[in-house]
Design a binder for this molecule. Sequence first.
Ligand SMILES: [Ca+2]
Length: 262
Amino acid sequence: MLDTNYYNVTTQVSVLDGATLEAPGIVKRNGVYYLIASHTSGWAPNPNKFFTSSSLSGPWSSQQDIAPPATNTYFSQNAYDLPLGSNAIYMGDRWRPDLLGSSRYIWYPLDFSSGSPQLVPADVWSVNIQAGTYSAATGTSYEAENGQLGGSATIASDPSFSGGRVVGYLGDGGTVTISNVQSNGGAHWVALYYANGDSTWRNVTVSVNGGSNVLVDQPNTGGGHVVLSVPVKVNLNSGANSITFGSGQTNYAGDLDRIIVY
Ligand SMILES: [Ca+2]
């Protein structure tokens, strides 16, 4: 409990032993409090957890994951959890330690339908505030390894990738072009699924139908076989399109697994 001006603690109602936590958020569902929090690892993300209790004074449950641990909460840290009907919206920070002003926000549905809060890593989704519901968009997936490789780009195999393969050595002379990307034309979101095992961000150029390059940041994913996605909005022609990745850049891009066009 805090005093009236929120400066001081007046009463300690519960202590979670054996855990060092920060960035808490709390949501109450059907009489149960869900405490969502990050562990402490500096600016680097970690697998965020949730704890449950029927009372703020406890006892609190042991910790459980809100996302697959290998993704480090999809490279984010809990900041706030906004109730949305029977679910919630996870509002996280994606910190960029070497350029903090370029840090990003990651908002995902926090879905309770399984009985425990789980992040839904939807690339594109919408919210109906009045109904208290969300809807994730579906797109069309194109495997990068089915594209046309250029220069030093190579295909690597690992079961963690979609289709079991990924295109590496993009950038610094390596490119891949995905052709026959179908669209009804106009501005569309495209999600780039990639892996970046470095400890810092990479980026990749994107060129649609031979147009000018757009640079898309690719945060480190926590491992060379850990796949995350970043979005980019591009203008597509009605009918078939070709999209080239990695041209005109001297640095290495992340390994490209696939794209999903929305
Ligand atoms: Ca793939």
